[in-house]
Design a binder for this molecule. Structure first.
Ligand code: NAD
Length: 356
């Protein structure tokens, strides 16, 4: 498909191809929608097989950011960037050059960490532009977002519990967490502190041992995560794990976790979840705490404000689930609709109130 046709299909405003042969930079910045505010989204470093693959990825991911920010109630639009290459290409010069391309957009795009990029890379970008979040605290950044992300996931889980059981209390409920890394570890902590039972599955034995020691977690072996006898399956590791093959094994009435792209195929697996009577807290709604954290950083809000915002995920997930039931659709479709409704209503009020 032609790039303009792909942009039109997904509704993109602008795509910038960036090249700097002196430092080996080849990158693409996609700005999906800026109705609500500047487009914010992470910078991913990946060894794409082709430019077409990179373009497809950045277009898909940037549109996802528009929905995420809109449902989270933030004044941010959706964007994303990809640098084509492997970890071996990383250098100060590469990221500073990329920072200059970001600067050229005058604030329409703000970057952040993503897959294969880290705080150091953001610090380098920051030397060339202020349109970057997630730099180290020393450089004015907000540091590790995972405690805030996990706090939002915790409240998303509470909302699902309330819809399914009539009470949001985690006391006595069992939450099976796949991946007790940054997000999963903090989620396990919040659940344990409030009297819930933590069950864990991870490929990293140190992470498992830590959860057992600190939260008295029950260990789920290998592939049995899907069949865990629990109230909530909380995927907090990799994407695509809820699919045609794993869904028949699921016994939990709720799937709600922090991982990105939990459903292998949003449409098909979303419908399968409904057919099986499983309540699903859409990943991008539930894990928006990280975005709320960088939003607070951008606005210079005090520490603690992002945690407060993440508590709002409780109400948002309930709204999404009620809308899905009322409209006879899946939770993902309902949250996408909520996002579009908010964007359209803001666009409308601007047309009504801005002269000319
Ligand atoms: P992390 O790397 O710190 O933790 C991931 C954990 O999952 C690790 O303990 C790893 O060993 C484990 N793992 C990996 N593959 C696994 C598998 N197949 N089965 C079981 N365990 C496995 O990552 P993180 O920052 O905690 O992020 C986790 C997920 O949440 C990712 O999908 C990420 O995109 C998403 N997310 C994170 C944030 C954030 O603030 N960190 C924000 C939004 C979304």
């Amino acid at each position: 498909m032609q790039p303009f046709a792909e942009m039109a299909e997904l509704g993109h405003q602008q795509v910038l191809f960036c090249r700097d042969d002196r430092v080996g930079l080849r990158a693409i910045i996609a700005i999906h929608d800026t109705t609500l505010g500047p487009a914010l989204g992470g910078c991913r470093l990946w060894d794409y097989a082709s430019t077409q693959d990179a373009l497809r990825d950045v277009l898909r991911l940037s549109r996802g950011m528009t929905y995420k920010a809109a449902v989270a109630g933030l004044d941010l639009g959706g964007g994303k960037s990809v640098i084509i290459g492997d970890r071996g290409v990383k250098s100060e010069a590469l990221f500073r050059s990329f920072g200059r391309h970001i600067a050229s957009l005058g604030g329409r795009y703000i970057t952040a960490e993503d897959m294969n990029t880290n705080v150091q890379d953001m610090n380098w970008i920051r030397r060339e532009t202020s349109f970057v979040t997630g730099a180290s605290r020393f450089e004015g950044g907000s540091g590790d977002p995972s405690p805030v992300t996990a706090w939002g996931v915790f409240h998303g889980i509470r909302a699902c519990l309330e819809v399914v059981y009539g009470s949001a209390d985690v006391r006595g409920r069992s939450i099976a967490i796949q991946g007790v890394g940054n997000v999963g570890y903090n989620l396990a902590k919040y659940v344990h502190e409030r009297g819930g039972k933590v069950m864990v599955s991870d490929i990293n034995s140190h992470h498992i041992a830590r959860a057992v020691e600190e939260f008295d977690a029950e260990v789920i072996e290998g592939g049995d995560f899907y069949a865990a006898n629990c109230d909530v399956l909380a995927p907090c590791a990799v994407g695509g794990i809820i699919n045609e093959r794993t869904l028949p094994k699921v016994r939990a009435p709720i799937v709600c976790g922090g991982a990105n792209n939990i459903l292998e195929d949003e449409e098909r697996d979303g419908e399968l979840l409904v057919e099986r009577g499983i309540t699903y807290g859409p990943d991008y709604v539930v894990n928006a705490g990280g975005l709320m954290n960088v939003n607070a950083e951008l606005r210079g809000w005090p520490e603690g404000k992002a945690m407060e915002d993440a508590e709002g995920i409780f109400d948002t997930v309930k709204r999404v689930l009620h809308k899905a039931t009322a409209e006879g659709t899946t939770a993902v479709v309902a949250s996408n609709r909520l996002a579009m409704e908010r964007i359209e209503s803001v666009a409308r009020l601007r047309r009504l109130h801005v002269p000319g």
